[in-house]
Design a protein around this ligand. Sequence first.
Ligand code: HEM
Ligand SMILES: *[C@@H]1O[C@H](CO)[C@@H](O)[C@H](O)[C@H]1NC(C)=O
Ligand SMILES: *[C@@H]1O[C@H](CO)[C@@H](O)[C@H](O)[C@H]1NC(C)=O
Ligand SMILES: *[C@@H]1O[C@H](CO)[C@@H](O)[C@H](O)[C@H]1NC(C)=O
Ligand SMILES: *[C@@H]1O[C@H](CO)[C@@H](O)[C@H](O)[C@H]1NC(C)=O
Length: 502
Amino acid sequence: MSPLHYSGILLPFIILFISVTVFLHRRKGIPINWPLLGMTPEILLNIHRIHNFATDFLKLTNGTFLLKGPWFANIDMLFTSDPANIHYILSKNFPNYPKGPDFRKLFDILGDGIFNSDHELWEIHRKTTNMSLFKHPDFQTILETIIKNKIEKGLLPVLEHSNNETDLQEVFQRFTFDTICLLVLDYDPESLSLGLPIVACEKAFTDMEEAILLRHFMPEMVWKLQKRFGLGKEKKLSEAWKAFDEFIYKCLARKEKEDKESTGLLTSLMNGFNGKSVPSCDSKKFLRDTILNLMVAGRDTTSTALSWFFYLLAQHPSVENKIRKEIENKTRGGKWKTITIKELEGLIYLHGGISEALRLYPPVGLEHKSPMKPDILPSGHVVDKETRIILSFYSMGRMEGLWGNDCLEFKPERWFSKGGNGNGIKHEPSYKFPAFHAGPRTCLGKEMGMIQMKMTAIAVICNYRVELVEGHLVCPSDSIILQMKYGLKVRLAPMETINQGG
Ligand code: HEM
Ligand SMILES: *[C@@H]1O[C@H](CO)[C@@H](O)[C@H](O)[C@H]1NC(C)=O
Ligand SMILES: *[C@@H]1O[C@H](CO)[C@@H](O)[C@H](O)[C@H]1NC(C)=O
Ligand SMILES: *[C@@H]1O[C@H](CO)[C@@H](O)[C@H](O)[C@H]1NC(C)=O
Ligand SMILES: *[C@@H]1O[C@H](CO)[C@@H](O)[C@H](O)[C@H]1NC(C)=O
């Protein structure tokens, strides 16, 4: 028989096979696993909405699902949003789940910084960053001063001169960028100034985060080739790399020249690493890595959470009013400026609202893990060191089994505790609410992030009512950080005008 004959006989069977497969899976709503191709067609169709795609199939599979790439590419991914798995991987069996060499390859730009390190190096980073930065005796005072200054000299003037289509996300990104630079580099890039000047390093974060997400879904060979030849997002990533190096090395050089006896947090951090066995071939490079990681940690997480918080708030004016009342009551009619860090705890509507934003839009939407040794997850899935496990934090806030049938609704009251534990705020275990991660690698900047978000939110809420610009599309971007793809366009109505009008 000729090849033509073969295909003549086979074709009806192939068509039948495809039809039956499509029919069976369409009904279930789960991606189809094609011979050779795996689930690639649907991955490609959904790559621009990867978080919602994952949420859809995780809802149908009790929280764990193996997404198969093409047979040759070795990019199969086990998605999970099962709290039992999260608890197991991040806490109970933590030693078996380091970030690993794969993570390091994808995040090569972060070098030997805390996000990228495991084992001894990670322990050194964690201890030193905690002790020399966050537990520095002056940390809270310095933080409060930096934030309040930035609000008065940067945020409020910029908002005052804003037009009727202000991108609030961009404003917040500049705010957190300036803040983290002041904190760890002792330098104010003043990116949050009238006219919103372009600061190359500030813009570079977004480019980096988009390029790295894309790497997750591409065969290594492909993105390496793109990198070599400077194509697509890889080109932007290389440019971002250059912008970071230039910026950080310049700041460090300035600092070195300025004062040898400085007592700031940067000096404390540098002293903290003295005498520790860090990759010592190039101490400047190690410092650059350390600082870049802290900048990544501090800029985008906080600004993203603030943006989603105001997006949700704009759709719930009654909550906005309750928060405003709560603040007025706290300051007894005085200015927002008089609120201290200690007093922030008593603002339970504000706390509940921010927690809801973190639940529905966790800035770190997913996390990538591989076991060192073969293992069986609590859900029964077998994993080995070839398995890429994707912890879908984004999906977790959208599981009815975890948060109830109203899980998609914005309800600050969800976080109120009726019992008498004092501050009126309900605690949720981190493996159910992993916005700040869980276990030994829990976010070191949680307190700082919460303080910064609350103080910024207070300043905005006391001065303006935030309204969404009609017709502006708000959706998550394709990035490792859950930013808004097209920003958050808002109109700001000054509070005096509202009071006069009503
Ligand atoms: C809303 C604000 C924030 C959120 C949602 C957040 C979330 C997270 C998450 C999910 C991780 C784990 C990442 C991973 O292991 O891959 C993490 C780690 C970390 N965060 Fe945050 N973060 C926030 C603010 C901050 C701030 C302001 C800082 C201060 C610089 C900070 C410093 C760190 C550090 C140093 C780590 C690494 C911990 C480790 O690996 O041991 N974070 N954060
Ligand atoms: C940071 O250091 C303090 C003081 O030694 C310690 O009590 C705390 O547990 C540390 N925090 C973290 C997250 O490691
Ligand atoms: C913003 O203001 C400009 C000029 O005043 C006007 O043309 C435009 O329609 C306004 N946009 C919105 C969304 O109100
Ligand atoms: C106002 O503050 C007081 C004391 O701080 C508190 O007891 C009261 O419940 C607050 N009222 C509102 C509406 O928040
Ligand atoms: C869903 O997963 C949970 C946690 O792993 C498990 O306890 C439960 O039995 C599972 N339900 C079904 C229907 O498989």
